[in-house]
Write a new protein. Structure first.
Length: 70
């Protein structure tokens, strides 16, 4: 990538295609805490019920997302 181009990152949670994901990540993604990312997911259409499945899981504890760089 050339120095004058900025990297665009997209976030894709599990089954995200059902809810319009992947979506462009917020500019402050690298500074976000996991609970901020969870709130962002819900604000952007990811169902709270799906979030709770992942956050209540002893194996995960948060929503596992795929981050796509474009």
């Amino acid at each position: 990538m050339a120095d004058n181009q900025t990297e665009t990152i997209y976030i894709d949670p599990p089954s995200g295609w059902k809810y319009g994901f992947p979506k462009k990540a917020p500019a402050n993604l690298r500074e976000m805490e996991s609970h901020d990312l969870t709130n962002w997911l819900v604000e952007n259409g990811y169902p709270l019920e799906e979030v709770e499945v992942w956050t209540n899981s002893p194996k995960y504890g948060s929503v596992p997302c795929r981050f796509i760089s474009a």
